[in-house]
Design a protein around this ligand. Structure first.
Ligand SMILES: [Zn+2]
Length: 869
C-alpha cells in the first residue's frame, strides 16, 4: 500500500494485544467460493460464500472474522465418512474483536469441512471494505481491504498467514462490468432481465487482504509485455489520462521479469483508478487500485515531479506483486518485508527506464528523510508488535517504508547487487505462495553472500534509531590511521550527550583522499581503528552514500569535504554532506553559521537533488529559527545565495533542456520568492498565475505549481475566489491539487476559515482531507488554523472515518512552540483515538526538537547574519 502522507513516526511502546484479536489457530481455509451481488442504487450488497476449511482438531465451533455484516444463514458440513449431513450453525458476533463464532450441535471431526454462509452488508462511504465511490455521474462499488477490512465484505480468516484460493463471481447491472484478481472466464445473462453474472478465474493462494472487486462502467486501455496482458482501467471520461501509466507499467514489468527468477505470478495485470481512495494505491494481486492523482497523467501538461510520482507509485505496487503478494509477511509486525522491499525495489525499473530522472539520487533523499524520522527518542523499531487493527494501521509509517528500504540498500551495497539479487530470488522461491519472517530473509542473504548480513540486519531492525559514525584520521608517513566511533544519533541533544549503550554492526565504506578507492570496514564496537595505505588529507565515511548512518567530521574536515565536493564525490555522496552537517546543527554540535558557510562552498552545485537537500531546511530556518528581527537579514542571505544559481539556469526554459532543469528552476524560484521574499519574483508569480489561469497548457506545470503557492502567500480574498473557481473546473488531478493545496498558503485568517469550510464540506472528497495540513503548517496561519481544527474536530473525525481519523494526530507535531505543543497533546489525549499513542509521543519529540534547534542556534544565526543587516 502507498500512504498519501506516510505517518512520520511511531514509537516503541505498544499496548500488546489489548483485545487479543487473533483467530485461534485451529481452522485453516483452503479456498473460498464467493458470489456478490452489489446494489449500487441502494448502496447494499448480498453475498454467498462457501469456505473449504481444514479443522486441525475436532471442534463444534469455528471462529472467523466478520464486521458490519448481517448473517442470513450459516451451515457447516464435515466431509469425513458418513458426515455429509450439513448442520446449521448459530452465529455469535463479537463486534469488539470483529469476529464471528459458528457453533454446531454435533462436534466436527478433524479434517476437511465446508462452511456455507449467506450474508448482506452496506456499501459504505468510509473508503474501506466494500464501499461506494462516486463520480459526478454515477456510483461504483469498489474495495480496499488492507490491513483488516476484508472482513467488512465477507466472513473470512482475515490474517495474512491464512492464504487461500479465491473463486469470485460478481452479479452486476447490464451495462456495467467488473474487475477482480482473476480474468473473466464466463459472462452470462441473468439472474433477471437487468443483470449479468461474471465469473473470474481462481486466484493463486493469497492472503484475504489482497482480494479486489470493482464494479461500474470502467473502460480499459490495453497493452502487455512478456505474454502478460496489462490494462489501465478508469472511468470512461478519464481514459485519455491513462496512456502514461500503461507505458510505465509495461517498462516496469519488463524489468521485474528479468530481475526476478520467478516471473510475474498472476496471469494478467490490471491498474484501476477511481474516485474516493484513502491510500495512494493498493497492490491487490493482479488488480492494483489507485487514487486519481497517483495514476492519471495529462501528458500535455504534467510536471516532471507528477510523472515521476505516478511511475514510482506504479513501480512500488508492482514490486508488491512479489514482495507482499507472492511472499507475504507472517504477521503485521514484519510489514516492512512488504513495504520496505517495495520501496527499495521500485527505484530500479525507473533507473533503467528513465535514467535522466536520477532515481539513484532520489533514493538517498529518502534515506535522509528516514534518518530524520529515526532520530526521535520515541521512534519505533522496524520490527514492532501490533495486535489491534488501529495499531496495525499505525505501522504503515516512515520506518516500515523509508528506513527499511534504506537498510536494504545498505546491505545490497555491502554484499554487492548481484549477490543480493541471488539471495532475494532464493528467498522468493523458497516462500512463494506462502509466508515469511524477517529471519527467513536475512538468513537467506547471509547464506548466499557468506557475509554476516544477519547480524547487520538484526542490529538495524530490532533496535530503534540510527548510528552517528564519527570519522577522524591522521596521516603518518605513507599510511593513514582512521578512528571510527559509533553512538546513537538522537534529536534530543541532552539524551544524545548522555550516551546510550546501543551498538550496531555497520558496514562502513571509507573513501580516503589519497587513493580515492573505497574501502570497507565492518564496525562492530563502540570505537575501532584501522590503517589505510597513502597519506590522506581527509577520509569520507560513506562512499557510495548507501550507508544507513550519519557521518560526523571535525569542522576542518567538513570544510575540505565540501570544498572539493564537485570533483571528489558522486551526486549521491554530495547530497549526504549537507545532510550530515545539518544533523550536527540540530543537536548543537555544529554552529548554524558554519553550516551556511558549508553550503556556500557548494554554490557551484548543479544536481537538482543535491540542491534540494541544500534548500530543504530553509523553510524551518525562516519560519522557526531566525528571530523576527533577523528575518530580513536571513531573507537577504537567501537572495544573495540562490540568485546566482537561478541566473545560471536562466529565466525561461530553453528548447530541448532536461525536464530536471525545469523542475530545478521552479525549486529555486520558490525558495527565492518564499524565503528570500524577492519582490520581483512575487510580482512574477502573480502574472504567471494570471497566465496559467487563462491558458494552463501554455506553462510548465513545475513552475505553475510553485507560482500558485507564492501568489497565494501574498494574495487576497479576490485571488482566493479565483482559486476556488478554478479548483472546480480543474482538468487533471495535478491541477486540482495545485489549487486545493495553495488555498492553505493565503495568510488571511478569514480565508483559513473558508478553506476549512470548503475541505470539510461536500465539495471536497474525504480522500483529500489531508489538504487541511497546509494551513496548519503555514506559520502565518498556524495558530488560527489550530483553533479551527479543534472546533471542527468532530466534523473532521466524522468525514475521515474511524480508520483515517488517527492520521490527524500528526498535527501535534507541526508546531515549534511549547504552548501549542502542550495544548495539542492535551487535545488529542482527550480524543482517545485508537492507534495514536505512539504517534503522539513521536510528534511531541518533533516539536521538542524544533524548539531545541531554536534555543541552540538562534544566537549563532544572529551573529552570522550581522553582515547581512
Ligand atoms: Zn506498499
Amino acid at each position: 500500500m502507498r500512504r498519501m502522507y506516510i505517518l512520520a513516526l511511531m514509537s516503541l511502546a505498544t499496548c500488546l494485544g489489548v483485545l487479543g484479536q487473533r483467530l485461534p489457530e485451529t481452522v485453516t481455509p483452503e479456498s473460498y467460493d464467493l458470489t456478490f451481488a452489489p446494489d449500487l442504487a441502494k448502496a447494499t450488497f448480498s453475498g454467498d460464500e462457501i469456505i473449504h476449511v481444514r479443522l486441525l482438531q475436532p471442534s463444534s465451533t469455528i471462529t472467523l472474522n466478520a464486521a458490519e455484516l448481517e448473517f442470513q444463514s450459516a451451515t457447516v458440513s464435515a466431509s469425513g465418512e458418513g458426515q455429509n449431513a450439513s448442520q446449521s450453525a448459530t452465529v455469535t458476533l463479537d463486534a469488539a474483536k470483529e469476529q464471528a463464532t459458528l457453533t454446531v450441535g454435533k462436534q466436527l471431526p478433524a479434517g476437511e469441512a465446508e462452511i456455507h454462509i449467506r450474508f448482506t452488508g452496506t456499501l459504505n462511504d468510509k473508503l474501506r471494505g466494500f464501499y461506494l465511490s462516486r463520480s459526478p455521474r454515477r456510483s461504483y462499488a469498489v474495495t480496499q481491504f488492507e490491513s483488516t477490512d476484508a472482513r467488512r465484505a465477507f466472513p473470512c480468516f482475515d490474517e495474512p498467514a491464512y492464504k487461500a484460493v479465491f473463486h469470485i463471481t460478481l452479479v452486476v447491472d447490464k451495462g456495467d462490468t467488473a474487475i477482480s484478481n482473476g480474468s473473466i472466464v464466463s459472462d452470462a445473462a441473468g439472474p433477471g432481465e437487468d443483470k449479468h453474472t461474471l465469473k473470474f478465474s481462481p486466484s493463486p493462494k493469497m492472503s484475504s487482504y489482497l482480494v479486489a472487486m470493482l464494479v461500474g462502467d470502467f473502460v480499459c486501455r490495453e497493452g502487455g509485455v512478456d505474454g502478460i496482458p496489462i490494462r489501465v482501467c478508469s472511468l470512461p471520461e478519464k481514459k485519455e489520462m491513462t496512456a502514461f501509466a500503461l507505458r510505465a507499467s509495461e517498462n516496469i514489468l519488463k524489468y521485474y521479469d528479468q530481475y526476478y527468477t520467478a516471473k510475474y505470478p498472476y496471469k494478467k495485470l490490471d491498474h484501476i483508478v477511481f474516485p474516493d481512495f484513502a491510500a495512494g494505491a493498493m497492490e491487490n494481486a493482479g488488480a492494483i487500485t489507485y487514487r486519481d492523482s497517483a495514476l492519471l497523467i495529462d501528458e500535455k501538461t504534467a510536471s516532471f515531479d507528477a510523472k515521476q510520482e505516478v511511475a514510482s507509485v506504479i513501480a512500488h505496487e508492482m514490486a508488491h506483486q512479489w514482495f507482499g503478494d507472492l511472499v507475504t509477511m507472517k504477521w503485521w509486525n514484519d510489514i516492512w518485508l512488504n513495504e520496505g522491499f517495495a520501496t527499495w525495489m521500485s527505484d530500479k525499473p525507473l533507473e533503467a527506464w528513465q535514467p535522466e530522472w536520477h532515481t539513484e539520487q532520489q533514493e538517498i533523499l529518502g534515506t535522509l528523510r528516514a534518518l530524520n524520522t529515526d532520530s526521535l527518542p520515541s521512534v519505533r523499531t522496524i520490527r514492532a508488535n501490533a495486535e489491534t487493527p488501529a495499531d496495525i494501521q499505525a505501522l504503515f509509517d516512515g520506518i516500515a517504508y523509508g528506513k527499511a528500504a534504506s537498510v536494504l540498500r545498505m546491505v545490497e551495497a555491502y554484499v554487492g547487487p548481484e549477490v543480493f539479487r541471488k539471495g532475494v530470488n532464493a528467498y522468493l522461491e523458497k516462500h512463494a505462495y506462502a509466508n515469511a519472517t524477517a529471519e527467513d530473509f536475512w538468513n537467506q542473504i547471509a547464506e548466499t553472500s557468506g557475509k554476516p548480513v544477519d547480524k547487520i540486519m538484526k542490529s538495524f531492525t530490532e533496535q530503534a534509531g540510527a548510528p552517528l559514525v564519527t570519522v577522524t584520521s591522521t596521516c603518518r608517513g605513507d599510511t593513514t590511521r582512521i578512528t571510527l566511533t559509533q553512538e546513537r544519533y538522537q534529536s534530543d541533544a541532552a539524551m544524545m550527550d548522555a550516551g546510550s549503550n546501543q551498538l550496531w554492526t555497520i558496514p562502513v565504506e571509507l573513501l580516503p583522499s589519497a587513493t580515492g578507492k573505497p574501502s570497507e570496514f565492518l564496525l562492530t564496537k563502540k570505537k575501532d581503528t584501522l590503517e589505510l595505505p597513502g597519506c590522506s588529507e581527509w577520509v569520507y565515511g560513506n562512499a557510495g552514500a548507501r550507508g544507513y548512518y550519519r557521518g560526523s567530521y571535525d569542522p576542518q574536515t567538513f570544510a575540505k569535504l565540501s570544498a572539493g565536493v564537485e570533483t571528489a564525490f558522486t551526486p549521491e555522496e554530495r547530497l549526504r554532506i549537507p545532510g550530515d552537517a545539518w544533523a550536527l546543527v540540530r543537536v548543537g554540535r555544529m554552529k548554524i553559521g558554519d553550516y551556511l558557510e558549508l553550503l556556500g562552498r557548494m554554490q557551484a552545485e548543479s544536481s537538482r537533488d543535491v540542491i534540494r537537500v541544500m534548500i530543504s531546511h530553509f523553510p524551518e530556518i525562516h519560519d522557526n529559527y531566525v528571530s523576527a528581527a533577523d528575518r530580513p537579514a536571513f531573507e537577504k542571505w537567501v537572495r544573495d545565495f540562490f540568485k546566482p544559481m537561478a541566473q545560471k539556469l536562466g529565466d525561461t526554459p530553453v528548447a530541448g533542456e532536461a525536464p530536471e532543469r525545469q523542475a530545478l528552476r521552479a525549486d529555486l524560484f520558490s525558495v527565492l520568492a518564499n524565503y528570500g521574499r524577492d519582490p520581483e519574483l512575487i510580482a512574477k508569480a502573480r502574472s504567471a498565475v494570471a497566465q496559467y489561469m487563462s491558458a494552463p497548457e501554455s506553462m510548465d506545470f513545475s513552475f505553475a505549481g510553485r507560482a500558485l503557492v507564492v501568489a497565494a502567500m501574498n494574495g487576497d480574498a479576490a485571488l482566493y475566489d479565483q482559486y476556488v473557481a478554478h479548483l472546480k473546473t480543474a482538468k487533471s488531478p495535478e491541477e486540482y491539487g495545485f489549487y486545493l493545496r495553495s488555498l492553505g498558503a493565503f495568510p488571511d485568517k478569514a480565508l483559513t476559515r473558508r478553506t476549512f469550510d470548503l475541505i470539510l464540506g461536500p465539495e471536497v472528497k474525504s480522500q483529500d482531507m489531508f489538504m487541511l495540513f497546509y494551513p496548519l503548517v503555514n506559520y502565518e496561519t498556524q495558530p488560527a488554523a489550530w483553533s479551527l481544527f479543534k472546533s471542527d474536530f468532530a466534523t473532521i473525525k466524522q468525514k475521515a472515518g474511524a480508520s483515517e481519523a488517527p492520521t490527524f494526530a500528526r498535527v501535534a507535531g507541526f508546531f515549534c512552540d511549547a504552548g501549542l505543543r502542550d495544548d495539542s497533546q492535551r487535545f488529542f489525549a482527550k480524543q482517545k483515538l485508537p492507534g495514536t499513542e505512539r504517534i503522539l509521543k513521536n510528534q511531541m519529540d518533533e516539536v521538542n526538537a524544533c524548539i531545541q534547534v531554536r534555543d541552540l542556534q538562534q544566537k549563532n544565526l544572529s551573529a552570522y547574519l550581522l553582515k547581512y543587516r
